[in-house]
Design a protein around this ligand. Structure first.
Ligand code: FAD
Length: 517
């Protein structure tokens, strides 16, 4: 039986009634079965494609395509395109399924399991301006490990590397390196894309540039990324990893902004908000060493809202003295609470893959499969004090149900005049990520409804105070909200859709366009 179910159906407006009426499951199967693929099209175990890391939306597809070749993807899409609007069939690429609101799902459609498109092997170019050609379904962790064999590394990352190239490039891909290198979409030379008509197109800054920039940050609306050429740089071996704490938000952000204004200060700059965490600095001791152990052991975090500045400096072992001098000098320019300086030296891989350790622990404890009502915002620098005052001083005062990241980036590095990514219009932008987990059945502060209401309060405040905030990994319920999100870029986005996916077959999970409407 094909069904659609929502974990919290009352809270959301997505229901079968908003979808185009479809052919019966039997008709869909008999229409797709004659197609021949190098990989395979499966009508079994389709439930696995009706879930994602968010674990809130569950749209059951009709089939999962496990492509072995790009031609498999092209055949499937071409076939659906030629069926016209009457079938209602849609297609979603699924990378590693780490999205949060059903973005990689396709109700009664076909989900393409991009991880099965691993081949051909990664191709490295190691001359001047090195790069690697990778499959759109490749995990970033694998790209890191392969690149290191050539002494190279991508420049821009996400905090978590078990995400696919197509999954992050259709959003942006941001982490603490973005202030220097821009997001991952700024570090790609070329893409191969299968459009909504099934055409396979190579695109770059110089070739089919509108498709190239449209697909980058394009939420999967114009094509499925089957290959990407990722820019590389020489890889360091080691990382000096540093954390310090602030109790004053304005001093914290002043220091963050000071650091991102220099290109040769640190290689990575992030930050997070800590609300009422007992024995916080003690919990860091498994990875970090306090500069002053006695003072650090007397530091009290209970009941306080604190702001942690996290920095990293890359180095090779022979440069350690020079690196330490540089770090000391940079730290001397900052105004953190002195007793809270924590330092560590780890390998480059250990640093970049740091979140995987926490994720594995969650999996072991059975906490991975909880609902994750995450909210990611991009806030103009000029409005960040007002945002912090209300959100950390009023909305989230007692506790938080997960990490809250906050760090600035330089917009000059984002090239988003040309990509589809939407950001506020200021030179320095703050990325703020609320990353809670909700306890099933709880009606308390860690329950799904409470957290969703909290997210709503944050969004309502941003809107009523006209902060000019944009969502990252955006999620909206209505057409009007999507239009407002894209603002002056909406017309261009709609035009691109009608050119590259005229029947709105691709990536229905965002609910921006509907097939046949
Ligand atoms: P999926 O969830 O499978 O897909 C996401 C979207 O991309 C869907 O709309 C899908 O249809 C589309 N898509 C997938 N593959 C392709 C393709 N080949 N071509 C076209 N469209 C495609 N993001 C950051 O920027 N920075 C972070 O530090 C960060 N950390 C994260 C940590 C965790 C633990 C998690 C769960 C997410 C994190 N994210 C982060 C968000 C993450 O980057 C996005 O959710 C990303 O889309 C997930 O990649 P995925 O491969 O799992 O994609």
């Amino acid at each position: 039986m094909i069904l659609i179910f929502l974990t919290v159906s009352l809270l959301f407006t997505c229901s079968t009634s908003t979808h185009q009426p479809l052919a019966t499951p039997t008709n869909i199967q008999s229409s797709l079965k004659p197609l021949t693929f190098d990989g395979n099209l499966s009508f079994e175990n389709i439930h696995q494609a009706a879930n994602d890391f968010g674990n809130i939306y569950h749209f059951l597809p009709s089939a999962i395509l496990y492509p072995e070749t790009v031609s498999d993807i092209s055949i499937a899409i071409k076939h659906i395109y030629e069926m016209g609007t009457t079938s209602g069939l849609t297609v979603a690429a699924r990378g590693n399924g780490h999205s949060h609101h059903g973005q990689a799902q396709a109700y009664q459609g076909i989900v393409i399991n991009m991880k099965s498109l691993r081949g051909p092997e990664m191709q490295f170019y190691t001359g001047e301006l090195p790069y690697v050609d990778v499959s759109g379904g490749e995990l970033w962790i694998n790209i890191l490990l392969e690149s290191l064999k050539h002494g190279l590394s991508p420049k821009s990352w996400t905090d978590y590397l078990h995400l696919t190239v197509g999954g992050t490039l259709s959003n942006a891909g941001v982490s603490g390196q973005a202030f220097r290198h821009g997001p991952q979409i700024h570090n790609v030379y070329q893409l191969e894309v299968v459009t909504g008509t099934g055409e396979v197109v190579t695109c770059s800054e110089k070739q089919n540039a509108d498709l190239f920039y449209g697909v980058l940050g394009g939420l999967g609306q114009f094509g499925i990324i089957t290959r990407a050429r990722i820019s590389l740089e020489p890889a360091p071996m080691m990382v000096k990893w540093i954390r310090v704490l602030y109790s004053d938000f304005s001093i914290f952000t002043k220091d963050q902004e000071h650091l991102i204004s220099s290109q040769n200060a640190f290689d990575y700059i992030e930050g997070f908000v800590i609300i009422n965490r007992t024995s916080l600095v003690n919990s860091w001791r498994s990875t970090f060493n306090p500069k002053d152990p006695v003072q650090a052991s007397q530091f009290i975090s209970d009941g306080k809202t604190l702001f942690c500045l996290e920095m990293a400096k890359y180095f090779n072992p022979q440069e350690i003295d020079f690196m330490n001098q540089k770090v000391d000098s940079l730290l001397s320019e900052l105004s953190y609470i002195e007793s809270t300086l924590f330092l560590s030296e780890v390998s480059y891989v250990e640093f970049l893959d740091r979140v995987h350790v926490s994720m594995s622990k969650l999996q072991e404890k059975g906490l991975w499969d909880l609902p994750h009502p995450w909210l990611n915002l991009i806030i103009p620098r000029s409005r960040i004090p007002e945002f912090a005052r209300e959100v950390f001083g009023n909305i989230l005062t007692d506790t938080s149900n997960g990490p809250i990241l906050i760090y600035p980036v330089n917009k000059s590095k984002w090239n988003n005049i040309r990509t589809s990514m939407i950001t506020p219009d200021e030179d320095v932008l703050y990325l703020v990520a609320f990353l809670p987990s909700a306890m099933p059945g709880s009606t308390g502060t860690n329950g799904l409804e409470h957290i969703l209401n909290q997210n709503k309060r944050i969004l309502c405040f941003c809107e009523s105070a006209h902060l000019g905030v944009k969502q990252y990994l955006p999620h909206y319920q209505t057409h009007e909200e999507w239009k407002a999100h894209f603002g002056s870029k909406w017309g261009a986005f709609v035009r691109m859709k009608s050119t590259y996916d005229p029947l709105a077959i691709l990536t229905p999970g965002h609910r921006i366009f509907q097939k046949g409407r």
